[in-house]
Write a protein that binds this ligand. Sequence first.
Ligand SMILES: NC(=O)c1ccc[n+]([C@@H]2O[C@H](COP(=O)([O-])OP(=O)(O)OC[C@H]3O[C@@H](n4cnc5c(N)ncnc54)[C@H](OP(=O)(O)O)[C@@H]3O)[C@@H](O)[C@H]2O)c1
Length: 328
Amino acid sequence: MGHQIIIPKAGGNQVLKHETILCPANLPDSSVRVLTAFSGINFADIVMRLGFYQDAPPYPFVPGYELSGEVSEVGSSVTSVKVGDKVMAGTKFNGYSSELILPASQVVKIGKLSLEQAAALPVSFLTSYLVFIEEGRVRDGDKILIDCATGALGQLSFSLLKKYDLDIVGLTSSESKKKIIEENGGRAFTHEEFKDSNEKGFNIALNSIGGASIMEHYDRLAPSGKIVCIGASSLFENGNRSIFRALKVVYQMPKFNIIKLMNDCKGVMGLNVLRLFDGTDYLMDLLKKAEEFDLTPHVDKVFDATDVSAAHAYLESKQARGKVLLKW
Ligand SMILES: NC(=O)c1ccc[n+]([C@@H]2O[C@H](COP(=O)([O-])OP(=O)(O)OC[C@H]3O[C@@H](n4cnc5c(N)ncnc54)[C@H](OP(=O)(O)O)[C@@H]3O)[C@@H](O)[C@H]2O)c1
């Protein structure tokens, strides 16, 4: 018998349902069975629970993009991992499960990372790598803006970027969380302080708030600077589902004109790493190299899987200061 958490319908965190399942006995030749230790919770899980995520499968479904655990069985053609190996995995949905059958290509053996850290790594590492290294082409001397600097992705980004000589400005909604940014080596501003400041000349701006903030951050780019848009966290506030608010945020998203981009000498890029999360070789090859970057994924809080509603509530009320995990 195994356990999983389903989102049965759109709604607040109380809709999440814990259920017992019979795990399939048969294992395909190229797959592995993983007994989950920890599942990572992502902001996107909340957006899809609220009914605002276009890529979510129809309800009911099991959310979850990342996990860590131990291999309990391997298919006959699998050579990359063996029974007993500690692993992390990226999966497009179904990550909130105590046991999972996954293609071996999506499972990566871990070295010195703890199981907690390993569950916190896949989404934040791959997103941060693609934003700053692949799309942003970060270089020493760059000025960087991170608008979600205190959460899992923001803190992992500080860890990934530590080998560069950068001026990193981190934003937060909370005066008290500014010290997280400063401890990571950045300069901290609340969103209001940043609006009133004349900070500009950014070479790379990571924008996850969306809506009107995209144009505000675009206007502060240096010549040939880039804004990488990865989300729209302003779609909701305090976990409340307001269609009116969501429509307003979508309406405020700018539509860029190529002539304007040419004349401004700026770039606008986008990323949805979760679209690439179904075994894309390139991503999984990157994940295999993750430990070479000597990263420190910051795990903030671990909830028992039966307390998943409390875990979502913690995240959507902006209390999170790093990755939030479910323990099985
Ligand atoms: N497109 C992609 O491929 C991709 C991949 C990963 C993440 N993302 C996006 O990047 C952002 C950060 O991801 P993450 O993993 O770091 O998330 P996280 O750990 O859940 O970050 C939580 C923090 O985000 C801030 N936040 C801003 N708006 C919020 C809201 N409406 N409700 C709750 N918290 C809000 C809060 O920090 P402050 O109080 O300090 O502002 C909160 O503590 C999210 O918007 C996420 O959707 C996109």
